[in-house]
Design a protein. Sequence first.
Lengths: 292, 188
Amino acid sequence: MKYAYYPGCSAESTARDMNQSTLAVVKALGIDFEEPRGWTCCGATAGHQTNRLLSVSLPAANLTKVQDMKLDMVVNCAACYNRMKVANHEISSHPAIRQGVRDALDRDYDGSVKVRHLIEILLEDVGLPTIIKSLKRSLNGLKVACYYGCLLVRPPGILKFDDAENPKSLDRLVTAMGGKSLDWPCKVECCGGGLSLSRTDVVVELTGGILEMAAAAGADCIAVSCPMCQVNLDLRQQDINKQTGKNYQIPIVYITQLLGLCLGIGPGDLGFEKLMVPATNVLKKVEANSHE
Amino acid sequence: MITIKNKKNGPGLKSAIEEISGVDISVCFQCKKCSSGCPVGKLAKTRPSEIMRSLHLGAGDELLASDLVWMCASCETCSARCPMGIDVAAVMDALRRLAIERGAPKPEGNVPLFNRAFLKTVETFGRSYEIGMITAYKLGTGKLMNDTEKFPAMLKKGKIALLPPKGGDKQTVKRIFKKIKESRGPKA
């Protein structure tokens, strides 16, 4: 199983923990990842809020690199995954956009490179039975609120990732690892995304609501697969506690960090030390399970 | 609430927004599902369904100053739930692009400045560079020390990269930015 792995800019900065745990997990499962040489930014939210052709050309610069590798592209960052798939859709359905991209890149691209999310690879290509066979530890007794956010599931017509209103992919992984995936109402609510610095007030309000529901559901941790969701929920917990007098201490962990632990990989190789709200409760529980 | 000011002075924004977004605004029948699901609707003075209705009624440039234009987090819940399949999020993108083009008043929090700072680092390094972007944004807002108390802990934990990214194909990215500045089309 070999794929072209597009890490995305966050993977080198605020989501190094996501990248580190992703690479550790795929290595343990025998999946081969190769980075496209010289990959560049997808443009993210700033790109599509500014200029349509820019928002398509920036992902296309990477899609053409992957086309040359003759592999499917795998993305773990929900934002990059979203922009890559939307770019493919725009290019294949609007000839004027395709022409514009051709001018910008000095190369024609038809929008045909297959873009997949890491979760899809895990569930569809590797499969739960194989994953379960590889597990060395369990999340038994751990209550996990799976949080998908926006960019993994919307726009549903283009992304076609799971059910857009009640996705279950992450929940299936948590259940396979022996954890208790919680039924809670904020799976696809918005955390405020890219407004983290420019409208911190909005982000604090939105993440505050999400944490409130996760706490009410009794979550020991929230599992995510998007760097923006992770940073907003993790980093802003302190601000929310200060502003509201609450005392949330809910670790925001990447699903790959949980999977890595269960595959027997040490927390130091999964970037656990980078979390702002320490995941001590998660690590203790998994450790205790391994002695039972 | 939006007050429509210049109905008599021109055709309004509807056709321009429809052209940029590729959306047929006239099929909206005001069910308000977009507003019900909008996560920032309850925080903003305007709602997505009001934006849609105002466009119908011939609203002009005053719509570009609505707070929702730049409070919208691009979560796309509105588009996903619209029973008529209207891409409301694309309408919001079109409003933002037009707001930049026509020099609409600076919004609170200055998201356009943030976007410029972000894209500048991409143009320079081929990949986004968070510390560079944050510095440029904060210098631009004049509130350099706002919200910086977390940086020491983030740097210590390795949660943010200090140095600019390396290895990106800068040449291609520079070409893209140059071409887009030159062309400004197809309807950017």
